[in-house]
Ligand binder design. Structure first.
Ligand code: S3P
Length: 436
C-alpha cells in the first residue's frame, strides 16, 4: 500500500555542497503562537515554521478568537485577549496531522469555559490520547475521547482545574508535560508535574519569559497560576534541529560533502543527535553561538567522516527522539553494530517509526533487526537505490530521500508530499545542495 499520490525521484549525489537556513523550529512555532494567543497583548513571531502542522495551530487559535495576521515580511502578529478573551468555537477544532497542536490545546481549553471538540487526520486519530486524558482528568478537567478515552476526537468540557496536586507521568513526553502545565495555569493552586526523564523544555522557557511562575527541580516542575494573564512576547524562532538532522546525516555519511547550516536551534534538550554523531566519529563544528528568543542557536559546519557503531538508550532518547530514524541510517552506514534501545515511543509517532524505519532501511539493503524498543543495525552493508513509501509520515519521507542521496542510482519516494507537514521546501533544498 502506498500513501498519497506524489512520487519523487532522488538521484545519488556526486557531492554535497552549500549553505542552508533550515525552516523554523516546529515545537517552538506551535508554542509561540499558542501561548501568545492565550496572553494579553500584541506580539510578533518571526522565523516561524510555515508548514501544514503549524497552519493547523493557527486555524485552531483563530477559531478560539485569537487574531493572527501574516505580515508581508513573512512574520506573523498575534493579538491575544487573555484567557477570558478565548471563546467557544462554533465547530470542531481540526488539528490536522499535529500531535503537538492537539495535546497542548487540550491542556489550554480544559480550563476555559465551553465545549471543545478536537479532531485530526487519519494518522492523528490513531494516536494515543490516553496519556493526556487520564492526567488532565486527575486535575479536574473533563476530557473524553473515542475508544474509552484512547483516541481522537477529544471532547473537552471546560471546568475548574484543581490545584495542589502532584502528577507523576510515566512517559517522557514534552507534549504531555506541556498539556499539564498549561492546564495548571488555570488551576486554583500550584500543580507539580514529575516526568520520568528530561524532555524538550521550550514550554518552560517561553512561559517563564511571559511571566509564568514555573519552578524546576530536576524532573519536577511546579506551575503556580498567575493572578493576571501571560504577557505577550515577541519570539524569533530558531531553525529546527530535527529538520537540519537530515542534512547533518547526509553530509556526515556522504564521502564528498561540506555543508553549512545556519541558525540551527541547539537547545541541549534537543541536540542529542549531535552528541550521538560525534560519539560515532562525525565532524560537526559549531560557530556563531548566540541566544535567539531565549533559545541557544549556532551555525553548524558538517563534513564527511567515517562513522563507527554506537549503543544508545535511556536519557539520550528523548533528546533525539525525532532523529532516531536518521541515526539508524547513520548506523547502517557505519562500521560495526549500532543498537538503539529504550525508544518504544517511536511506535506511537505519526507512524510506527520502528516498523517504518526498518522497512525503509531494509529496502536500501541495510541489515537490521527490529526490536520492541528500537533497532540493532549491522553496519557496512552496501546500500542500493530503492522504492520506499512514506507511510504518510514526514520524517519517513525525508529518511528515504536522504538515504537516496547516499546511494548510486535513482530512488523513488512515494507519498512524498508528507514532507509538507514540517518542511515544504525540502525537495528544492535537496536539489540545491546536491546540485541537480
Ligand atoms: C514534541 C514532542 C515530541 C516530539 C514531537 C514534538 C513537542 O513528542 O516527538 O515531534 O513539540 O512537544 P512527545 O512529547 O510525544 O515525545
Amino acid at each position: 500500500m502506498t500513501s498519497g499520490t506524489v512520487s519523487r525521484t532522488v538521484s545519488g549525489a556526486q557531492k554535497l555542497r552549500g549553505e542552508l537556513r533550515v525552516p523554523g523550529d516546529k515545537s517552538i512555532t506551535h508554542r509561540a503562537l499558542m501561548f501568545n494567543a492565550l496572553a494579553s497583548g500584541r506580539s510578533r513571531v518571526d522565523g516561524f515554521l510555515d508548514a501544514a502542522d503549524t497552519r493547523s495551530t493557527i486555524a485552531c487559535l483563530r477559531a478560539l478568537g485569537a487574531v493572527i495576521e501574516e505580515e508581508p515580511d513573512g512574520s506573523v502578529t498575534v493579538e491575544g485577549h487573555g484567557r477570558s478573551g478565548m471563546r467557544e468555537p462554533s465547530d470542531v477544532l481540526d488539528c490536522g496531522n499535529a500531535g503537538t497542536t492537539m495535546r497542548l490545546l487540550a491542556g489550554v481549553v480544559s480550563g476555559l469555559k465551553g465545549l471543545y471538540v478536537l479532531t485530526g487526520d487519519g494518522s492523528l486519530r490513531r494516536r494515543t490520547m490516553a496519556r493526556i486524558v487520564q492526567p488532565l482528568n486527575a486535575l479536574g478537567a473533563r476530557v473524553n475521547a473515542r475508544a474509552a478515552g484512547k483516541f481522537p476526537p477529544l471532547v473537552v468540557e471546560g471546568s475548574q482545574i484543581i490545584g495542589g496536586q502532584k502528577l507523576i507521568t510515566d512517559v517522557a513526553s514534552a507534549q504531555v508535560k506541556s498539556a499539564l502545565l498549561l492546564a495548571g495555569l488555570a488551576a486554583d493552586g500550584p500543580t507539580t508535574v514529575v516526568q520520568p526523564a528530561q524532555t524538550r523544555d521550550h514550554t518552560e522557557r517561553l512561559l517563564t519569559a511571559m511571566g509564568a511562575d514555573i519552578e524546576i527541580q530536576g524532573n519536577a516542575l511546579t506551575v503556580t497560576p498567575p493572578n493576571r494573564d501571560l504577557e505577550a512576547v515577541d519570539v524569533s524562532v530558531p531553525g529546527d534541529i530535527s529538520t537540519a538532522a537530515g542534512w547533518i546525516i547526509a553530509a556526515t555519511v556522504h564521502p564528498d560533502a561540506e555543508l553549512l547550516l545556519r541558525g540551527v536551534g541547539v537547545n541541549a534538550t534537543r541536540s542529542g543527535i549531535i552528541d550521538v554523531l560525534r560519539s560515532m566519529g562525525a565532524d560537526i563544528e559549531f560557530s556563531g553561538e548566540h541566544i535567539v528568543g531565549g533559545e541557544p542557536v549556532a551555525d553548524l559546519f558538517v563534513r564527511s567522516a567515517v562513522l563507527h557503531g554506537v549503543e544508545i538508550g535511556s536519557e539520550l532518547i528523548p533528546r533525539a527522539i525525532d532523529e532516531l530514524p536518521l541515526i539508524a541510517l547513520a548506523g547502517a552506514c557505519a562500521d560495526g553494530e549500532t543498537v538503539i534501545c529504550d525508544a518504544e515511543e517511536l511506535r506511537v509517532k505519526e507512524s510506527d517509526r520502528i516498523a517504518t524505519t526498518s522497512t525503509v532501511l531494509r529496502a536500501f539493503g541495510a541489515e537490521l533487526e527490529e526490536r520492541r524498543d528500537g533497532f540493532r543495525i549491522v553496519g557496512g552493508a552496501s546500500l542500493r537505490p530503492a522504492t520506499v513509501d512514506s507511510a504518510s509520515d514526514h520524517r519517513v519521507a525525508m529518511l528515504g530521500a536522504i538515504a537516496g542521496l547516499l546511494v548510486d542510482g535513482d530512488t523513488t519516494v512515494t507519498g512524498a508530499d508528507a514532507v509538507s507537514v514540517s518542511y515544504p521546501d525540502f525537495w528544492s533544498d535537496l536539489s540545491r545542495i546536491s546540485g541537480v
